[in-house]
Design a protein. Structure first.
Length: 323
């Protein structure tokens, strides 16, 4: 028996088809990584991105999401056009210890590292103007090192560190927005590691922001002298590994925004000095604990406030102030 209203059925079918097409298009715009992604499989005869056999899609990636998986050809090299924008940049939970180098890329979305192995991005990452990009280090045992710096294409861009793992910046970073550390640890270290153009650093929810020096990779200018740090239940560390060198850093205002916060400083070796100097201490709410071997005993480990803080029960009496 033929349908009573055949035109109505065709009309309903057309509406369903249009609706499905619309949601597929919307998904591709809002969640590009769910629609198109290319996995690095390393099936080619070299390590180059331009080699089609190195990608699951059978062609070099263009604006897709890039996923590094497995343990084949771990020294991946971007020989494609510099400045190409990719939807997301990911290391899967099965990824080996990749070192990705070559031409600069624009990060069109977020970066995620789900591996328990240290991953290294040894190329320049660029953030788009007016963007905030999440760097999610999912695994608590994982670490992502970015060794060639993070730039901004133009204007201002923000970096947000999330996830339980560690992220380390060992290059000269020139993005100029806010750095937010919401989980895990963000470390600036290495001979060239710096973040001197940012508008400030916020550390919350038990996360840690660390300035780390060694005798071989020691810098006195990892942050701009006026760059402020805000703690809201967060931790800041100024660490060193000793040796026959002095350690120092000058920072802007240290702000307490709430919660229980900790400021830790390492002691230099005998005969050497270590000091981190803040312009002042400002408190909206919260308390601040100080930690460090020999802190304030002598010049081997000092935390200095250029302007004397108003000690209203928020700091202990052993803090050293230069004056």
């Amino acid at each position: 028996m033929p349908p009573k209203y055949p035109n109505a059925l065709r009309s309903e079918s057309a509406r369903c088809a249009c609706t499905c097409a619309f949601f597929l298009l919307l998904s591709s715009l809002l969640f590009p990584s769910l629609v198109q992604a290319q996995n690095w499989i390393g099936g080619g005869a070299d390590n180059n991105w331009s080699t089609s056999a190195n990608w699951s899609g059978g062609a070099p990636p263009t604006a897709t999401s890039i996923n590094f998986t497995g343990t084949t050809r771990l020294t991946s090299f971007n020989d494609t056009a510099a400045g190409t924008s990719y939807a997301t940049f990911n290391f899967s939970s099965t990824a080996g210890a990749f070192v990705v180098s070559g031409n600069a890329v624009v990060l069109g979305g977020d970066a995620t590292d789900s591996s328990a192995t240290k991953e290294t991005i040894n190329l320049v990452l660029r953030l788009g103007s007016g963007t905030s990009r999440n760097f999610n280090i999912v695994n608590a045992a994982g670490e992502l090192e970015i060794s060639q710096g993070i730039e901004v294409v133009s204007g201002t861009a923000n970096l947000v560190k999330v996830g339980r793992g560690a992220m380390t910046l060992t290059g000269a970073n020139t993005y100029n927005g806010l750095t937010s550390v919401l989980d895990g640890t963000l470390t600036i270290s290495g001979a060239s590691g710096s973040l001197v153009l940012g508008t400030g650093i916020t550390v919350t929810n038990g996360a840690t922001f660390r300035l780390s020096n060694t005798a071989a990779a020691n810098s006195t200018a990892r942050l701009a002298d006026t760059q402020g740090v805000s703690l809201n239940g967060g931790n800041m560390q100024f660490t060193n590994t000793g040796g026959a060198v002095d350690y120092s850093e000058t920072v802007g205002v240290l702000t307490l925004a709430g919660g229980v916060n900790t400021l830790t400083s390492s002691q230099a070796d005998s005969g050497q000095t270590s000091a981190i100097t803040f312009s002042s201490l400002s408190r909206t709410n919260g308390v601040l604990n100080f930690s460090g071997v020999g802190l304030g005993d002598d010049t081997r480990n000092r935390i200095v406030f250029t302007s004397a803080p108003n000690n209203d029960g928020i700091i202990d009496q052993e803090t050293h102030r230069e004056g």
